[in-house]
Each structure stands twice: as C-alpha cells, then as structure tokens.
Design a protein around this ligand. Structure first.
Ligand code: CUA
Length: 160
C-alpha cells in the first residue's frame, strides 16, 4: 500500500525537475538572449562601414608578432582589407580575429584551425589563434547565406 505514495513523490519530483529545467532554458534563451559568448560587443549593422575598426578592415599589428584582423562579411564577400583576399602573417603570429556582418548571418571558419564562429548582424565576433605552422589557411563561410554562399572565401598565409 506504500507504492502509490512513492510513485506520487517521484512523479512530483520528475515534474518539478522538468519545470525548473524549462524555466532555466527559457530564461537563458529568451530573456538573456541566445547569443554566442564572444558576441558581447554590439554595433549598428547599418553603420558597419562608418564604425571603427570596421571602417578600415584589415590587419593591424598590435604587439610583438601579435595582430588584430578586422573583417567585414557581407553577401558574398569577406573584406579583409586586401584586394586579393590574402592576408600574410609570419610564423608564430597571434591573430585576434574581429569580425562582423553587414547583412545576414555568415559563417567564419578557418580550415585547419579551431577558428569557427558565427557572424550575426549587430554583433562583433572575436577569436584568437596562434599560427605555429606555415601554410595557407582558407577562410570560408559555413552558414548558408544565399546564391553566392560558396564564393565567400579569403586566405591567411603563414610565412616562415
Ligand atoms: Cu556567407 Cu554563406
């Protein structure tokens, strides 16, 4: 005759746990905003071209073999500050990628490294990487963004 009582307790416990879970997920998704943690910095996506540092995209040396690379993504291009979409850095360089998008959501994946971000309008996405191996690394878009999606690319070349 004790079984129904325990069943009731466990049923209540199960329902309670589910409710707590849903509330926590709901608060973090809708109230706090569901943005990647690196997207703490915001800007007006309409004014990217006038907002420093994105008014002058490209590579900036900020320390001893340390660089900041400001990149503006748009359909269907990465503006890395170079006509040929090629950025050269010396071996061992640490690069702080600083990227945003002017229009829709784009991906930001540097093949062969851990650099993999999502670029969302209104947010600045950052990721740092140290390049110890010389070679060419392809930056590509891994979020479908339209007819020219496959054309979005740039190259980081690490020289000896
Ligand atoms: Cu940009 Cu796909």
């Amino acid at each position: 005759m004790n079984m129904p009582k325990y069943e009731k307790i466990w049923l209540l416990f199960g329902t309670g746990t589910l409710l707590v879970f849903l509330i926590v997920v709901g608060i973090s998704a809708f109230y706090m905003g569901n943005q990647p943690p690196s997207c703490a910095v915001t800007l007006d996506p309409q004014k990217v071209d006038e907002t420093p540092p994105f008014d002058k995209p490209g590579l900036k040396q900020i320390g001893d073999n340390e660089y900041q690379l400001d990149i503006v993504a748009s359909a269907f291009d990465y503006d890395v500050g170079a006509e040929d979409k090629l950025v050269r850095i010396p071996k061992g360089a640490t690069v702080h990628f600083n990227a945003t998008t002017k229009d829709v959501v784009h991906g930001f994946q540097l093949v062969g490294t851990n650099v993999n971000m999502m670029l969302e309008p209104g947010y600045v996405s950052t990721y740092s990487n140290t390049f110890d191996k010389p070679g060419k690394y392809t930056l590509l878009c891994n979020e479908y963004c339209g007819v020219g999606h496959h054309m979005m690319a740039a190259t980081i070349e690490v020289t000896e």
